[in-house]
Design a protein around this ligand. Structure first.
Ligand SMILES: *Cc1c(COP(=O)(O)O)cnc(C)c1O
Length: 455
């Protein structure tokens, strides 16, 4: 008797036993899940043998591409040497400590310490607690409120979903929790009206100032934002936005938190997204590209300003995870960063493949159904439009995005859609020819939209 399941039954088994994240399980089980079996470079292969170009780097994370044997070997070696030890009771492991040093070396000066977590969501919970502990230690007992943005994404724990500005997540979970407030997002195409992008960038940034006034400066602990909103649809803010946010946080003595979970580790052509926009955060959650997704690990970068108070005034910080600084995950992350350094992937994004991708992506703006195609480094957002001359959008944005995305996937290209925006975030190792393939297949999907939907 061989009772090992045969592969063709995996979808049936999956339907019986596996609940997927962010999925309508009734719908998914009816059509059967896609099973991804292997990957190499920027390509993934499913259980039918079909090959796809993954223009999304898994879930924004496989920055060094698939199939890196040296990361597997680093994890294997560490697992044999020391598979686990914690960092709670006056101990650490070599990879955790060396990883903290390695990350600090790339932050640009003032963020010299890291608190490790297993994910971006846990990093969100962690900085949220640090921000409150920080102000309490300074005697500002009332400074507990946090301001975030509509349509931001900061993870899926209770704190993460609260800080995120996703309406459906809030409604389902009786969120946000107390002490979390939201302001608008710098989404000019949809919300900018008659303002120029520069004017609109200032206007939405100043909503922060208004919200601080409304709540009272002495009650606001922090403001959090992604340098570029990822899950919200790759919303690239006007150039005026970040300098104004930074100015307001400084003037009002509010901690600035830059959520670097997607933008960190090279995606924008800098080590961190805040460097692209020339601002300096007080706290910065990281995850995804930290290990290129090979193993789960995240953390929070802590600035000297905050660390000094944490170290000198707080005493014990009652917070931590069993796997904070897990040595095997840390070893994989160290090797991942070594690859990024050795292959010059950050510089490659800034000087070579980023500009190449930008030009190719921008060329799609000529298409009838494209309102705007913007990118920074290797992250792109493409706005679909029913009438580009008036910025009029399709009546059912979700259906339109899904239509284009499904066409891409059928055609062997993994892209994501958020509403009526198409998102790309490929591995930093993608070649010029592979970028051409992404653009070619996306163009075919856009043709399909143009030919099938008339509004
Ligand atoms: C993915 C993501 C998170 C959450 O990270 P998880 O590892 O999924 O918990 C937080 N912030 C941003 C910007 C993200 O994209």
């Amino acid at each position: 008797m061989n009772d090992a399941p045969v592969l063709s039954n995996l979808a049936v088994i999956d339907a019986a036993h596996h609940i997927h994240p962010f999925s309508d399980m009734k719908e998914l089980n009816a059509k059967g899940t896609r099973i991804i079996e292997r990957a190499e470079g920027v390509f993934i292969y499913d259980s039918t043998g079909k090959k796809y170009l993954d223009a999304f780097a898994g879930l924004w994370c496989v920055n060094v591409g698939y199939g890196r044997k040296s990361i597997a070997e680093a994890a294997y070696a560490q697992m044999q040497e020391l598979p686990y030890y914690n960092s709670f009771f006056g101990t650490t492991t070599p990879p955790a400590t060396l990883l903290a040093q390695k990350i600090a070396a790339h932050t640009g000066g003032n963020l010299n310490r890291v608190f490790f977590t297993n994910s971006g969501s846990e990093a969100t919970d962690t900085w949220f607690r640090i921000a409150r502990v920080y102000w309490k230690a300074l005697g500002k007992m009332e400074k507990t409120q946090v301001i975030a943005r509509r349509n931001g994404y900061h993870g899926s724990t209770v704190a993460g979903a609260s800080l995120g500005g996703m309406k459906l997540m809030h409604e389902q979970g009786n969120l946000p929790i107390q002490g979390v407030h939201h302001i608008g997002q710098p989404y000019w195409y949809a919300e900018g009206g008659d303002l120029s992008p520069a004017e609109f960038g200032l206007k939405v940034a100043r909503e922060l100032e208004a919200k601080i006034d409304e709540l009272g400066e002495d009650r606001v602990a922090a403001f959090v934002a992604e340098p570029i909103q990822g899950a919200g649809g790759v919303i690239i803010p006007p150039e005026t936005y970040w300098p104004e946010i930074s100015r307001i946080c400084k003037a009002r003595n509010i901690l600035l938190v830059s959520d670097e979970v997607i933008c960190g580790f090279g995606r924008l052509g800098n080590w961190f997204g805040y460097q692209h926009y020339g601002v300096e955060p007080d706290l910065a959650p990281i995850a995804k590209g930290l290990s290129s997704g090979y193993l789960p690990i995240g953390g929070v970068l802590v600035s000297d300003r905050v660390a000094e108070v944490m170290l000198d005034e707080v005493g014990e910080f009652f917070h931590g995870f069993t796997y904070s600084g897990h040595p095997v995950c840390a070893a994989a992350a160290l090797e991942n960063i070594r690859i990024i350094e050795e292959e010059g992937l950050v510089e490659r994004v800034r000087d070579d493949i980023g500009p190449y991708f930008a030009q190719a992506w921008k060329s799609l703006e000529g298409h009838e159904v494209v309102g705007q195609a913007e990118s920074v480094g290797l992250i792109g957002g493409l706005q679909l439009a029913a009438d580009k001359s008036t910025r009029r959008r399709y009546a059912k944005p979700d259906d339109i995005g899904t239509l284009v995305r499904n066409h891409c996937v059928e055609n062997g290209l993994i892209m994501r859609a958020t509403g009526d925006r198409m998102l790309a975030s490929p591995a930093l190792t993608i070649s010029h020819a592979e970028v051409d393939e992404v653009i070619g297949k996306l163009r075919q999907a856009l043709d399909h939209l143009r030919d099938t939907v008339r509004e």
